[in-house]
Design a protein. Structure first.
Length: 339
C-alpha cells in the first residue's frame, strides 16, 4: 500500500513459531492504515516462508530479506524502509492488542509536542518463575507522563522497546539504534531524552510482552546488568553536569559493595563523592577509599547537596524516596534514583 500513516517495524530471526501470532495481532487492529515492515535477519528456519505467506494474503505485510547482521541491523533496516508518518517497534514474539495502533496514534495526533509514545504492557511470562521481570513490568507501567519517564530513566528502561511508536522525524533528527557493548534500545531512549524528545504512554495495556527463554535480553552480554550500568552512567554523568547545582559533587545513598561498584563508574567521568549513606550500623563511621560512610539521617537537606540512590533492594527505592520527600527534598532537584 502507498503512504500508510503507520509503519510497524519488526526484526525477525528464527521465529517461525511466534511471528504468525505477532502478525495476526497486527492484522486484527482497529485501524487499517498501516504497513508491517518485517525484516528477516538471515533466519535458518522457516521464518522467511511465514513472512512470504502472510504477504501473499495481505499486501500491508512487506517482507525484507537480509543477511544475518543482528537485531540492531535488522531494526534499522526496517525503520529505514518504513514510509509511515509514525513508526512502531514490535518484536516477533510479542502480540499487539487490537486498539494499540489506534490509541498510540491518537496520542501523537492530539499532542504535536510528543516525539515518542509507549503504552502499558501486559507481562506474558510466568510471574512466579520470572518474578524480577514481572516486577519490572509493573514498575514501568506506573510511568505514564514525560516527567515520570524522564526522572526515572536512570533506574531502568522506562518505556519497553517493543511498545514504542515515534514520529519518523525523530529518527531523521536523532538517529536510530547504535551497535555496541550496550543495550541498543536503552541507549536510544537515553539519547533521545537527552536531546529533548518528549515522551508519554497510553494509559492502557496495548501489548503482550512475552518472555521466552531465547529472548536476547536474557542471553547476550550486551544486555546484562553491567552493560546497563555502563551506558546509563555515561548519560547520567552528562545529566549531572547540566542539572546538579553542586556539580561535580554528589552524595551516594547505599554503602554496600554492589552499590559502591555501580556508583564508582561515575568517578571515571570526574564526579566526586562527598559521602556514602547507609542504615547498617556496621558500615556507619567507616571510610571507603577515604570517603566517609554516614548515617542516612545525615543526608543533606534541600538545596544542600545532590543525592543519588544506588540501593536496588526491592522496596528500598520507595522507602528512600519517602524519606527524602519527608525531608523536603524534590525528585530531580535534590535527588535521583539510579538503581
Amino acid at each position: 500500500m502507498s503512504n500508510p500513516k503507520i509503519s510497524v517495524t519488526m526484526p525477525c530471526y528464527n521465529c517461525e513459531d511466534t511471528v504468525g501470532r505477532a502478525l495476526d495481532s497486527l492484522l486484527d487492529q482497529t485501524v487499517e492504515d498501516f504497513e508491517v515492515v518485517a525484516v528477516d535477519d538471515g533466519s535458518t528456519d522457516g521464518t522467511a516462508g511465514v513472512l512470504r505467506d502472510y504477504a501473499r494474503r495481505d499486501d500491508r505485510i512487506r517482507p525484507v530479506l537480509a543477511d544475518h547482521g543482528g537485531v540492531v541491523a535488522a531494526a534499522n533496516t526496517a525503520m529505514e524502509a518504513a514510509t509511515g508518518e509514525y513508526v512502531v517497534r514490535m518484536d516477533a514474539d510479542d502480540e499487539s492488542l487490537p486498539e494499540r495502533l489506534e490509541h498510540q496514534a491518537a496520542l501523537m495526533d492530539d499532542d504535536s509536542a510528543l516525539g515518542l509514545v509507549g503504552c502499558r504492557v501486559r507481562f506474558g511470562g510466568c510471574r512466579k518463575r520470572c518474578a524480577g521481570y514481572a516486577h519490572y513490568v509493573d514498575w514501568t507501567n506506573t510511568l505514564l507522563d514525560h516527567e515520570a519517564i524522564s526522572l526515572n530513566r536512570f533506574v531502568e528502561f522506562p518505556v519497553p522497546n517493543p511498545s514504542i511508536m515515534f514520529r519518523r522525524s525523530m529518527l531523521e533528527e536523532h538517529g536510530g539504534y547504535r551497535d555496541g557493548d550496550f543495550p541498543e534500545d536503552y541507549e536510544l531512549l537515553l539519547r533521545w531524552l537527552e536531546r529533548g524528545v518528549r515522551m508519554a504512554k497510553a494509559d492502557a495495556e496495548l501489548l503482550v510482552w512475552n518472555d521466552p527463554p531465547t529472548r536476547l535480553s536474557r542471553n547476550h552480554p550486551k544486555y546484562d546488568v553491567d552493560a546497563f550500568y555502563r551506558i546509563k552512567t555515561r548519560y547520567l554523568a552528562r545529566w549531572l553536569e547540566r542539572n546538579n547545582p553542586h556539580h561535580p559533587v554528589v552524595h551516594i545513598l547505599g554503602a554496600g559493595r554492589t552499590s559502591r561498584k555501580r556508583a564508582d563508574l561515575l568517578k571515571g567521568y570526574g564526579v566526586e563523592f562527598a559521602a556514602y549513606y547507609d542504615l547498617d550500623p556496621r558500615k556507619i563511621g567507616h571510610r571507603v577509599h577515604g570517603i566517609p560512610v554516614l548515617s542516612r539521617d545525615e543526608v543533606p537537606g534541600p538545596g544542600r547537596g545532590f543525592c543519588l540512590s544506588y540501593v536496588a533492594t526491592r522496596g528500598a527505592r520507595r522507602d528512600i524516596a519517602d524519606f527524602l520527600d519527608g525531608r523536603g527534598c524534590a525528585l530531580g532537584r535534590d535527588y535521583l534514583p539510579v538503581a
